[in-house]
Design a protein around this ligand. Structure first.
Ligand SMILES: Cc1cc2nc3c(=O)[nH]c(=O)nc-3n(C[C@H](O)[C@H](O)[C@H](O)COP(=O)(O)OP(=O)(O)OC[C@H]3O[C@@H](n4cnc5c(N)ncnc54)[C@H](O)[C@@H]3O)c2cc1C
Length: 330
């Protein structure tokens, strides 16, 4: 989901500027990508619908709606009838909804293939399944990376190792990004490709549903502090299915296609860690938490501007690793 609007929570007002900017950059980012890749990452712009299934939910939804509206997010309040008109398979007991026309979605797996193809087309070289164990520095400048015990010299290293970003040796404490894994379990169901149950991304209490072009219906996601434990759990999957069944009862008979878990790279304040560090040539592009896909264009712009022109773009200034360095306890 590319959901700068409906995902915005109290305390994330600063982050909203970055997520909204990145959301706006997506069409151009895709246009540029299409010059170097034939893959279609299936960007979809039907928008997102947040639904309330009873009066309690509606009260909570109204609070969030007012908070987000006051921040200038473009949202529309709908009654139960209007909500179900947009998505007829919603439970008839849905009492209210909020429609966000700017919160779009993209197929993240196809996007990765597309980025890979574009990178290779531009003569980039990818070494898959190759661990960087250390970063070598000398006189506060990057010297290279260690792979399989050998030094590969380079003057720029971008730390973009997701939830594992604090696990690379050789850096002083103030240059180790304070990220941890926040686990998310997900599953996908199989809809009829020609008559899908949904068009919009749906946010229900305790689950979201994302319809894909191939008829998959993604259901996500748990939020768990459980280290790198990759297990799928009965409770996790049950809670997602129950929450989504309550809003779309017709998922009852859909076959389960896949289940998986991933790790959000989460910093101490849930915001990304971007830009230059005290070590010359060491650049951060990590800590994107639950917004890494949404923030891809703004991150790419900031990192390339920094490497190619030595400039830190204004929008990423608040997200420097330096914000954590008054009180180092990674
Ligand atoms: C369940 C779930 C749902 C999500 N939903 C959304 C969403 O709807 N929208 C959104 O915008 N974001 C979403 N996210 C967040 C998004 O997936 C992440 O923010 C994003 O993947 C972070 O990208 P990344 O490249 O920094 O890290 P990753 O995608 O984790 O990639 C890091 C890569 O670095 C590699 N690596 C690690 N250490 C090393 C090393 N030492 N040497 C070499 N390689 C290394 C890893 O193997 C991995 O391939 C979701 C995440 C989860 C878990």
């Amino acid at each position: 989901m590319l959901a700068a609007g409906v995902e915005c929570e109290p305390g994330e007002e600063n982050l909203l500027k970055l997520t909204t900017l990145s959301q706006k950059l997506w069409p151009k980012f895709l246009h540029d990508l299409s010059k170097d890749s034939k893959q279609n990452p299936e960007y979809r712009n039907e928008g997102t619908l947040v639904v309330a299934i009873n009066r309690d939910d509606a009260t909570r939804l109204e609070f969030t709606y007012n908070f987000q509206k006051n921040l200038g997010i473009n949202l529309e309040w709908l009654d139960g009838y209007e909500t179900r008109k947009l998505e007829p398979h919603l439970n008839p007991s849905i009492v209210a909804g909020v429609y966000s026309s700017n919160d779009h979605q993209i197929n993240n797996r196809l996007l990765m293939r597309s980025l890979e193809e574009a990178f290779v087309h531009k003569e980039g070289i990818i070494h898959e399944y190759t661990e960087v164990t250390d970063i070598e520095t000398h006189n506060e400048s990057v010297k290279g990376i260690i792979v399989d015990g050998s030094l590969i010299e380079t003057d720029v290293v971008i730390i973009a190792a997701g939830a594992w970003s604090n696990n690379i040796n050789g850096l002083t404490k103030e240059c180790i990004p304070p990220v941890r894994p926040v686990k998310g379990q997900m599953l996908s169901l199989k809809m009829e490709q020609n008559s899908p149950l949904l068009k919009h991304v749906i946010w229900a209490p305790n689950a979201y549903l994302v319809p894909r072009n191939d008829g998959s219906l993604l259901v996500g996601a748990t939020i768990e502090e459980n280290g790198f434990n990759p297990d799928l759990t009965a409770g996790g999957i049950f809670s997602l299915l129950e929450a989504s069944w309550r809003v779309i009862p017709n998922i009852e008979e859909l076959p389960i296609k896949e289940m998986w878990a991933g790790f959000r790279p989460t910093s101490r304040d849930d915001a990304p860690i971007l830009g230059a560090t005290k070590i010359k040539g060491l650049v951060m592009a990590t800590g994107h938490h639950r917004n890494g896909i949404l923030l891809a264009p703004v991150t790419a712009n900031a990192v390339s501007e920094l490497i190619l022109n030595g400039e830190t773009t204004k929008e990423v200034e608040p997200f420097s690793i330096e914000r954590f360095n008054n009180n180092i306890e990674h």
